[in-house]
Structure formats: structure tokens, C-alpha cells
Ligand binder design. Structure first.
Ligand code: NZQ
Ligand code: ZN
Length: 389
């Protein structure tokens, strides 16, 4: 662990089939006015909405609704939610949904008392809030993003085709509490389930493929990836397997709650490519990552060969005997490709709606990160996007 770091994660988690009961413990800590934030209606179909509303009523809350938060939430929707939250003078934003709803609630939380335009301030200029922040609590219904225990929020500006994330520095933006009931994830369509699984896997990769030192974080990452491989295969075979779904949910949280990047630089280039594609296509987040991953990793492998060899051996169980390092590393990526196809992930960006003519525009809005094994230049970005078509 050669890096210097701080670690603090204040989000309180309630995990398991009885976890929603703990809303009764959390709600009394906040004032009367609550904004219930949710998506396009899945929580009404599967009954979570009525369970949550009953608990809010039992706790005497005055509830306003911010409904219809779409996957890849937009700036226009953010402004709308801020207005509702202001009018209702909210004391708590209760997000019930997937990463989009949780991210969105965080974006509203830092914007309600902000005098400036939140898109410009938080998502273009990446500034920290200098106003009072409304507390956020989450009831998670989809495993993937880690938004339930981190300070990230991703918002899309449909006019400029920019999808921008901001991982806030202050712990104050992390949810105060999150309810994680794996059973809630069982009504997810398979497309969303596998997209979430790949999102989790890629979060770990983004933090694993960097650095040369011997670092405990990398060993934790390998354990998380191995657990995910086992559980994802079981969940694909039988989506109603509680044990597998619970492992996936817990892995998602630890994959992106600031633990496994400790003492490391991080890569995040697959996410930057995925976000740029998302801004153009509004495609499902995890699929934007799966579609570019193999061309990206096959390209950077040469710059971080020892880590790719280690990945092949420790995550995929590749036998290294009598093989060159390159051969071992390639076999690891081939095993990853096989698993991705088994899951039914989208493996090219054409299927997400990207055409050859869009490549230059997507390259223009791709944010280049510095922490991985290779800092990409524009030609390399274009090349990887072309290979992903
Ligand atoms: O809107 P509803 O009707 O609820 O339907 C949602 C949505 O259509 C549905 N869904 C969620 N839970 C369900 C369910 N359907 C049936 N049963 C359930 N239990 O699934 C669809 C996708 O939901 P969404 O919240 O969009 O998915 P996800 O959790 O993957 O979140 C994606 C967003 O998070 C951002 C992404 O960029 C994207 O905007 N990310 C946030 C991160 C963070 N905070 O750190 C990091 C990630 O890398 C990611 O960028
Ligand atoms: Zn992600």
C-alpha cells in the first residue's frame, strides 16, 4: 500500500429480506417533509411502492413524489425535481429504485439550496457544493452501480449529448442509509440483471488495472470478482436463486464504495468510453461498458502485462505453466469473453445504435483519464471505438 489516503464511508446499510423494516428506525431521524423519488413504475408493479408508502405514513411523514426518473437521468428532469423539493421544503429525499434514481436523488440533494446552475457547477466544472445538502436515503431495487454507498451521480444533457458523472469528494453526499433487500432485485428483466452484473465487474476492473505495487486492494478485488463469477452463472441459470442474488447485491456495493481503490490510482477509461456512447445513444449503462471492454483491454494489455497475467491466473484460473506471459494474459481475456457471452451481454456498439459516422463525435466527448496503464490519445480512442463497432 504505497499510496496515502483517507477512508471514511458513513452510509449505514441494512441488508436482507427484513431490511425495509429499518426504515422505521431511520425515518424518525429526519423532519416531516419527505420527497419519495422513483423511476418509471416498476416499484408500483412489484409492490415495493405500497410497502414504502405505508411505512412513510406510519411515521407521520408528509410526502411529495418525484416520479418518472428515467434510466440515465437528464438535466431537465433534475431541474423538475429541484422545483418539487424546494416547494415541499424537503427534509429527506428517499430514493426507491436503481442507480439512476439514487444518483438523481444525490444530484437533487446538492441542487435544492444551490444558487447556480447545477449542470454547469457540478457536472461541467466538477465543483463541490457550498450550500446546505438535503440528506438522501435509498431503497435499492437493482444491483450494479454502487450508488447506494458512494458519492457519485451521473446526469445526461440530451441537448449537448453529454453524459457526465461527478464523484463528489465530500462524504456528506453519500446516502445516509441504504436498504438492500436482494429479493427486490428478482423482478428485474434479465437484460438489466446482466447489465448490472457487468457494471459491477467492470467497476472492479477499473480499479484493479493500475499500479505496480503489491496492494491489499487488488487481493480484495480478485475475491470480489471470483464471487461475482460464481453467483452470476447461478443467477443466469436461475434468477430466483436468493443466495446468488444476495451475493451479487453485496458485491456491487463493495465494488464501488471507495474501498478497493484505496492506495491506488484508477483507470476508468472503459466508463469514459461508455459514458460518451451513452450520451449519444441513451443505451443501458452496463451494456455500453461490455461493448467496448475487450477491444480496450486487449489494447492496453501490453502496457500492464504483469497485472493482466495475474488477472488471468487469480480470477480465471488460467494455468501459466510453460506459457509466455502474453499467452497467459490473452487466455485470461478469452475466458472473460466466454463468460460475457454466456451472460448474453452486448459485445459491440453497433447493437447499441452507434454508426461509423458517430465515432468522431463520440471521441470528441470522451474524457481521458490518467490513472491506468496507458493514457489514450485521440487516435487510440477512435481505434478502440472502431474495433468495438
Ligand atoms: O424506472 P423503473 O420503472 O424503476 O425501471 C428500471 C429501469 O428501467 C428497472 N428496474 C430497476 N429495478 C427494478 C427494475 N425493473 C424491475 N424490477 C426492479 N426491481 O431497471 C431499469 C434500469 O434502472 P437504472 O436505475 O437506470 O439502472 P442502474 O442501476 O444500472 O443505473 C444506471 C445509472 O447509474 C449510473 C449510470 O451511468 C446510469 O445513469 N452510474 C452511477 C454510478 C455511481 N453512482 O457511482 C456509477 C456507475 O458506473 C454508473 O455510471
Ligand atoms: Zn458503472
Amino acid at each position: 500500500m504505497l499510496g496515502n489516503f483517507e477512508y471514511c464511508n458513513p452510509t449505514k446499510l441494512y441488508f436482507g429480506e427484513e431490511s425495509l423494516d429499518y426504515l422505521n428506525v431511520e425515518l424518525p431521524k429526519y423532519g416531516k417533509n419527505v420527497a419519495l423519488v422513483y423511476g418509471g413504475g416498476s416499484i408500483k408493479k412489484n409492490g415495493i411502492y405500497s410497502e414504502v408508502v405505508k411505512i412513510l405514513q406510519d411515521n407521520g411523514k408528509d410526502v411529495a413524489e418525484i416520479a418518472g426518473v428515467m434510466p440515465n437521468p437528464t438535466v431537465a428532469k433534475l431541474y423538475e425535481g429541484v422545483e418539487i423539493a424546494r416547494k415541499h421544503n424537503v427534509d429527506l429525499l428517499l430514493a426507491v429504485g436503481g442507480g439512476s434514481v439514487c444518483d438523481y436523488a444525490k444530484a437533487v440533494s446538492v441542487s435544492v439550496n444551490c444558487d447556480e446552475d447545477p449542470w454547469n457547477k457540478y457536472f461541467l466544472r466538477s465543483e463541490e457544493p457550498d450550500c446546505e445538502i438535503i440528506p438522501v436515503g435509498c431503497v435499492l431495487t437493482m444491483a450494479g452501480t454502487g450508488s447506494e454507498m458512494n458519492a457519485g451521480a451521473v446526469i445526461t444533457n440530451q441537448e449537448t449529448k453529454q453524459k457526465r458523472g461527478h464523484v463528489f469528494l465530500s462524504e456528506e453526499i453519500m446516502p445516509k442509509f441504504s436498504v438492500l433487500n436482494p429479493r427486490y432485485t428478482m423482478t428485474l428483466p434479465e437484460y438489466q440483471m446482466v447489465s448490472g452484473i457487468y457494471d459491477i465487474f467492470n467497476h472492479i476492473c477499473e480499479q484493479y488495472f493500475s499500479g505496480e505495487d503489491d496492494n491489499t486492494s487488488d487481493y480484495i478485488s480478485e475475491g470480489l470478482m471470483r464471487s461475482l463469477l460464481v453467483s452470476s452463472r447461478i443467477a443466469c441459470e436461475n434468477p430466483q436463486n436468493y443466495e446468488a442474488r444476495s451475493n451479487i447485491m453485496w458485491t456491487a456495493t463493495w465494488a464501488l464504495n471507495t474501498l478497493v481503490d484505496k492506495g491506488k490510482s484508477t483507470d476508468w477509461m472503459v466508463h469514459m468510453l461508455g459514458q460518451a456512447i451513452g450520451g449519444y445513444t441513451n443505451a443501458t449503462h452496463g451494456m455500453t461498458l461490455s461493448a467496448v471492454s475487450l477491444p480496450y483491454y486487449r489494447y492496453i494489455m501490453q502496457f500492464g502485462l504483469p497485472k493482466f497475467k495475474r488477472f488471468a491466473m487469480n480470477v480465471w484460473g488460467i494455468d501459466a505453466e510453460e506459457k509466455s506471459d502474453v499467452q497467459v494474459a490473452e487466455e485470461g481475456l478469452a475466458a472473460m469473453e466466454k463468460w460475457m457471452k454466456e451472460l448474453g451481454l452486448i459485445m459491440n456498439i453497433a447493437e447499441l445504435g452507434v454508426s461509423e459516422e458517430m465515432i468522431e463525435g463520440i471521441a470528441d466527448v470522451t474524457v481521458v483519464q490518467q490513472g491506468g496503464y496507458k493514457v489514450l490519445d485521440r487516435d487510440e480512442i477512435v481505434q478502440i471505438l472502431r474495433e468495438s463497432l
